[in-house]
Design a protein around this ligand. Structure first.
Ligand code: HEM
Length: 252
């Protein structure tokens, strides 16, 4: 079984190994390992607590519109009580994902070039991502760092709101409300784009977080430098060969 990148093995090898024995990743011929069980469990735990925090948060923020949510959480008072716990769980599990993904999420000069070409790449004008696109592209890194900044803001403003005006004073509470809510709206917008990109936008990506595997064609199309790193093969050449096979009908 091939491994995605050195960075992915860096943090907490023990946890990763024990998760592999709980879950399963089957890599078929023509596929590559993208996300091990540990990463997938973390991602979906983060997503679960994110949406629990979003639903309870919106029920508190706009009760006239989202009043139908509160009965699902045992009424208004319980929804208010549960919201900060969901938020803390979301930030807590995301912190492990930050350690897990820190290295492949670091910004490089290639990411700045990707950003300058963002229109061509996202509209499909370019058939493949730039050859230097590694394990994560610049768009994915922006989402990741946006969530990191958002989590820091939630910790600060959430603590102030939880403790209340008697501890921090009315001005701190008023500012915290604004920052907390803006941060939630910005993050939710980013997550909508993320869900679109991971499903419809880049077909084949969703499987990476479900089964843990992607096709080689997906890898050379969206992450050519990572494809080269794990297979040792040239992505452009692999693409040309696959195209030739398709048109002539010959076997690999
Ligand atoms: C139904 C909801 C979601 C779906 C379908 C989804 C899907 C995915 C998939 C398929 C990947 C792997 C991308 C790749 O390997 O290139 C991924 C990565 C990731 N997910 Fe999600 N995700 C969801 C919710 C969330 C939430 C709520 C968060 C955090 C608040 C989140 C944060 C991330 C991050 C930071 C990455 C790595 C960077 C990226 O691919 O954008 N996801 N997600």
């Amino acid at each position: 079984m091939s491994t995605p990148s050195g960075a992915i093995e860096r943090f907490d090898d023990k946890a990763r190994e024990s998760f592999e024995s709980v879950g399963q990743t089957t890599i078929y011929r023509g596929e590559l390992l993208r996300h091990p069980v540990y990463t997938r469990v973390l991602h979906w735990t983060v997503a679960l607590f994110f949406f629990l925090a979003v639903f309870t948060g919106f029920a508190l923020y706009l009760p006239w519109l989202f009043h139908w949510i509160t009965p699902l959480f045992g009424g208004g008072q319980l929804t208010r009580t549960l919201h900060p716990y969901f938020g803390v769980a979301f930030v807590f599990f995301f912190a492990f994902q930050v350690l897990n993904w820190l290295e492949p999420m670091l910004w490089t000069a290639a990411d700045s070039r990707w950003m300058r070409n963002i229109k061509k790449i996202t509209t499909g004008e370019e058939k493949m991502d730039p050859p230097e696109t590694g394990f994560f592209n610049a768009g994915q890194k922006v989402l990741f760092w946006e969530v990191v900044v958002g989590c820091v803001l939630y910790i600060i403003t959430g603590t102030i709101l939880w403790a209340g005006a008697r501890t921090f004073g009315p001005t701190a509470v008023a500012i915290s409300y604004v920052v907390h809510d803006i941060s939630a709206i910005v993050m939710l917008g980013g997550i909508f784009i993320h869900i679109y990109q991971s499903t419809i936008g880049e077909p084949g990506t969703f499987g990476a977080m479900i089964r843990g595997a992607v096709s080689e064609a997906w890898a050379w199309t969206f992450h050519p430098a990572w494809y080269k790193q794990v297979t040792g093969r040239d992505p452009q050449q692999a693409y040309e060969e696959a195209r030739r096979r398709m048109t002539t009908g010959s076997k690999p």
